[in-house]
Design a protein around this ligand. Structure first.
Ligand code: E4P
Length: 217
């Protein structure tokens, strides 16, 4: 499973990318709005750091505007993926942009029916938001299971990009279900490393080693 980082912060992306385990980046207007500077230049810098798929989202809500902004985003760098919302105009734009050979990430997906539409429109990625479903007392991971099954049934090539991941269990469950990508905020990626037994074990190894060295001297 690929691991993307979900942030618009250049500093965070540099730190996480240095770990060598990041395959790409997702951004959205809320995340990019937090980063100072021109968003196009920032997206270009992100592409240069990660050298993998970087999603940049359109803010237009009509088909013509989405097409215009989609072309603008795609022109930033070959690594750019155009992100469109799962609306009627978004699905139309997905079909048209995908037809031109551009990669499209359809975002704000909250149902299997919506995911089916995105696949039919040739999306490269579908982004179901698991955390936001959990927030309204629906099980976000149930949606991932449904989408993976539907895409497998018909051999759709659209990749399931699990978004709005809030904790490591979302990531592990995504991998168990066969999702293609999980995108996580840097804090969740950091949590993936943690296990108390690793810390305790390392501490003991080093203490034992030091003790042995002291005896030898
Ligand atoms: C995905 O591409 C979105 O940017 C993101 O995962 C949304 O996460 P949130 O629900 O934590 O804002």
């Amino acid at each position: 499973m690929k691991l993307f980082v979900d942030t618009g912060s250049l500093k965070e992306i540099e730190t996480v990318a240095a770990l060598g385990i990041i395959d790409g980046v997702t951004t959205n207007p809320s995340l990019l709005a937090k980063e100072p500077g021109d968003f196009r230049q920032n997206l270009k810098k992100i592409c240069d750091i990660v050298k993998g798929p970087v999603s940049g989202e359109v803010t237009a809500t009509d088909f013509a505007g989405m097409m215009r902004e989609g072309h603008d985003i795609a022109a930033i760098d070959d690594h750019m993926v155009v992100k469109v919302p799962l609306t009627r105009d978004g699905i139309k734009a997905c079909k048209a942009l995908s037809g031109e050979g551009l990669r499209v990430n359809v975002t704000l997906c909250f149902s299997a029916a919506q995911a089916l539409l995105a696949a039919k429109a040739g999306a490269t990625y579908i982004s179901p938001f698991v955390g936001r479903l959990d927030d309204v007392a629906m099980n976000g991971m149930d949606l991932i299971r449904e989408i993976v099954q539907i895409y497998d049934n018909y051999e759709f090539t659209t990749q399931v990009l699990v978004a709005s991941c809030r904790h490591p269990i979302h990531v592990v469950e995504s991998a168990k279900m066969g999702a293609d990508v999980a995108t996580c905020p840097p804090a969740v990626i950091d949590q993936l490393f943690n296990h108390p037994l690793t810390n305790i074990g390392l501490e003991k190894f080093l203490k034992d080693w030091e003790k042995a060295q002291a005896v030898k001297v």
